[in-house]
Design a protein around this ligand. Structure first.
Ligand SMILES: Cc1cc2nc3c(=O)[nH]c(=O)nc-3n(C[C@H](O)[C@H](O)[C@H](O)COP(=O)(O)O)c2cc1C
Length: 243
């Protein structure tokens, strides 16, 4: 959707000032849910990947697929930080429009610590189940909060992601669904591609697995876990400049 503008009208009175939004609880960071693989600041590393888990089940099928993809990316030499989004302490976008003319969001919550990582990352892996034929609510709210990047890129034409990073940033989408129907990933995929566009990540690859209602345990499908590993490895190699 490069160049596409879906927001045309922003009330000037809203856009100009940062409203008092201090009733939202400020959390320095929900560090308990950010599973750092190293104590090193990712911005100092050569190849940084952020992995988002959309499922609230930390040992569920989505998490197992993500683990394999993360291992692949690490084996390619990348540093990976996994964020379990359902447990992150943030609110849905409240349309304050502070980001119309600011590089930060007007809401002060755990997202404050997230934005810098998304400016500097080289790659992203998003693994999520389909819920109500789309992205689960908490992950969708997380994506919505990147309106900060949207406004900078499409409205002010001053992207938050440096040009030299944009050129190689890539994303991998891992989706699973209970049902086996042809359009089951349609809604999620549309949102995912839009999110990747907004954060200046090219939609590099995907692994879409349906029929989980019958499969039940992804452990019974080692070939799919291996595919997740392989796609994580490929992503890691691509953003590390090894291919
Ligand atoms: C609230 C909720 C809504 C769901 N909605 C759908 C749906 O619309 N279509 C579908 O195919 N599966 C749906 N599912 C099934 C999940 O996509 C599926 O069970 C998936 O394997 C869950 O992954 P997880 O165990 O790693 O969280 C839904 C599951 C939940 C909990």
């Amino acid at each position: 959707m490069d160049g596409e503008l879906y927001m045309t009208l922003v009330p000037a009175s809203i856009a100009k000032s940062k409203p008092g939004y201090l009733h939202l609880p400020f959390q320095a960071a929900n560090t308990g849910q950010m599973l750092r693989d190293s104590q090193t600041d990712l911005s100092l590393m050569g190849c940084q990947i952020v992995a988002l888990l959309g499922s609230p089940l930390k040992n569920g099928n989505t998490a197992k697929l993500l683990d394999r993809a993360v291992q692949g990316a690490k084996d390619a030499g990348c540093e990976v930080e996994t964020i379990v989004v359902p447990f992150l302490d943030f609110e849905a976008c409240m349309e304050m429009f502070f980001c119309v003319d600011h590089e930060i969001c007007g809401m002060e919550d755990a997202m404050v610590q997230i934005y810098p990582k998304f400016r500097s990352l080289d790659g992203i892996i998003v693994a999520t189940p389909v819920m109500t034929m789309g992205i689960p609510g908490k992950l969708k709210s997380f994506m919505d909060r990147f309106q900060v990047f949207y406004m900078a890129k499409y409205v002010r034409k001053q992207p938050l992601v440096p040009k030299e990073l944009k050129a190689h940033r890539r994303g991998l989408y891992i989706g699973i669904s209970g049902m086996k129907v042809p359009d089951v990933f349609e809604g999620s995929k549309r949102s995912m591609k839009t999110f990747f566009d907004i954060i200046d990540v090219s939609y590099g690859n995907e692994l879409l697995i349906n029929d989980m209602d019958n499969i039940r345990d992804i452990g019974t499908k080692p070939e799919l876990l291996e595919e997740a590993y392989r796609k994580g490895l490929d992503l890691g190699k691509a953003v590390a400049g090894k291919e």
